[in-house]
Design a protein around this ligand. Structure first.
Ligand SMILES: [Zn+2]
Length: 491
């Protein structure tokens, strides 16, 4: 059990947790957003982030501070909390990204962590190697080894109460990400950023992001707080949380504002293309798009940054509420409709349904079937596993219709797409209380047929009859041949 992190509520792979940050004497509720503060550019002041936006934690770059004489001296003299005027927790990035872009490092892991400690960081980051996607396996392995060596050094640096993060690298090789996750988990480091995913997100490769996170999560323990490093667009938070990410950092709110770009949960819009604001934050209700466009540059940038951040925090709250209500997957489905590449991300998430099923609560509010992808949700996977443990009589009718009056069968179970068969006594239990559209689809029927097949497979000696409402031939092909079929619509 990691002392700094406690999971409170779960839904799919998503969780509401508490990250205790002892050096700041602050408890951060996750999923949490860490606004990125560039100490040279005060787009929105850290004090305002805390007071107006409720930010409990932010992230700034110790590499930038170290490289600027004035900032370095102030940070060492005053400490980051006073220098930035921020009452919450402060995480520092080491500048791995900058170092990987601009050349070699001349400082050691000890020096880098000690500097972050001296300036008053609450969560520090060692310098890892952010290996980009699609490099050769040999490069990914070699760089991962260097990262792991540095994490082992970091473990031994005396950093007092300061938490230290352990980045998980491994490029786009799932087995390396998993190995990296397991190695990081075995250190006594505290927070686990999944690193070098920014190039994937810049290319809209949300499917690969999901595979990379899923692999890292398989290596990390269930109680490890996971930071999706560089993920700041609210459109993809629900997807990332459902996969099990707890922390996000956003530079996007400020960077996009600089380019007159307006964030929404369905994507980014150019301010010049907007006729109506789809948002009810103070900026969007106080200004029309024309009024916002007419503001002087610096004012417009700061107002846009504030809107961008309001949208971002609102999405985090919406996700937490969805976890509490047990409908995070429905929110992910909605967000998946914003862009075809988000749909790829969601479909890839469902490839990991068995992994999500392990943390998904057994009972929740109500399962809404809202797209054919719903047929692959963790609840369906779990029901099919559960079928293996149910006892089956010698002769059994599985029917989409009502129970038969005759005693032709020892028992009759209901069949509901997408779950498949279940004893009538389970009708009132989650997820079999699901709300499913009357106009069902092939994916739901196929999943139900797979449920029937599973039941037959584990009960080879039972006589099983399936009475269905006109299932198409290609769906019925999934049902084993020794099942007797009755088409209820043929009568
Ligand atoms: Zn707004």
């Amino acid at each position: 059990m990691r002392e700094c992190f406690e999971v409170r509520d779960l839904d799919a792979g998503g969780r509401i947790g508490e990250l205790s940050v002892p050096r700041a004497d602050v408890t951060v509720e996750t999923p949490a957003l860490l606004p990125v503060i560039n100490p040279n550019l005060d787009t929105l002041s850290p004090r305002r982030l805390a007071d107006e936006f409720g930010a409990e934690i932010l992230i700034t770059n110790s590499y930038i501070i170290n490289g600027d004489d004035d900032l370095r001296e102030r940070a060492l003299a005053e400490g980051l909390h006073d220098m930035l005027d921020f009452p919450g927790a402060i995480m520092t990035d080491s500048g791995s990204f900058q170092l990987s872009e601009y050349g070699e490092i001349s400082v050691t892991t000890e020096e880098i962590l000690e500097f972050q400690h001296e300036i008053g960081s609450d969560i520090a980051t060692p310098v890892d190697i952010p290996t980009p996607p699609d490099v050769s396996r040999e490069q990914a392995e070699r760089e991962l080894e260097t990262t792991q060596d540095r994490l082992e050094i970091a473990e031994d640096v005396d950093t007092g109460e300061m938490l230290v993060s352990a980045p998980v690298q491994g490029s786009t090789y799932p087995d390396l990400r998993e190995r990296a996750g397991r190695h990081a988990e075995d250190t006594d480091l505290d927070v686990f950023p999944v690193g070098a995913v920014v190039p994937l997100m810049n290319d809209y490769r949300y499917d690969d992001v999901v595979d990379v996170v899923a692999a890292a999560k398989r290596g990390l323990g269930a109680d490890a707080p996971v930071h999706l490093f560089g993920a700041g667009h609210p459109m993809m938070f629900a997807l990332a949380v459902a996969m099990g990410c707890d922390l996000f950092d956003s530079a996007a709110y400020a960077l996009y504002a600089r380019d007159d770009r307006y964030l929404t949960v369905r994507g980014t819009r150019a301010l010049e293309d907007i006729d109506y604001f789809p948002c009810s934050c103070a900026i969007c209700t106080d200004h029309s798009p024309d009024e916002l466009r007419a503001l002087p540059d610096d004012e417009r940038e700061s107002e846009l940054a504030a809107h961008n951040l309001h949208v971002t925090f609102a999405e985090i709250r919406r996700i937490k509420q969805a976890i509490r209500a047990g409908n995070l997957m429905e929110l992910v489905e909605q967000r998946a409709r914003a862009h075809p590449t988000m749909l790829d991300g969601y479909r890839t998430l469902l490839d990991h349904a068995a992994q999500l099923e392990r943390s998904d609560p057994v009972s929740k509010g109500s399962f809404f079937y809202t797209s054919h992808e719903s047929a692959r949700r963790p609840e369906v996977v779990r029901h099919h596993k559960r079928l293996e443990r149910l006892s089956v009589p010698d002769s059994l009718l599985l029917t989409e219709g009502s129970a038969p009056r005759s005693d032709e069968y020892d028992d009759s179970w209901r069949v509901e797409p997408p779950f498949g068969p279940f004893p009538r006594a389970l009708s009132k239990s989650y997820p079999l209380t699901a709300e499913v559209p009357d106009r069902t689809d092939r994916a739901a029927l196929a999943a139900a047929a797979d449920g029937v097949a599973r039941l037959v497979e584990v009960n080879p000696d039972a006589d099983i009859t399936l009475a269905h409402e006109g299932w198409p031939a290609d769906v019925l092909e999934r049902v084993p041949d020794d099942v007797a079929l009755v088409d209820l619509t043929a009568a």
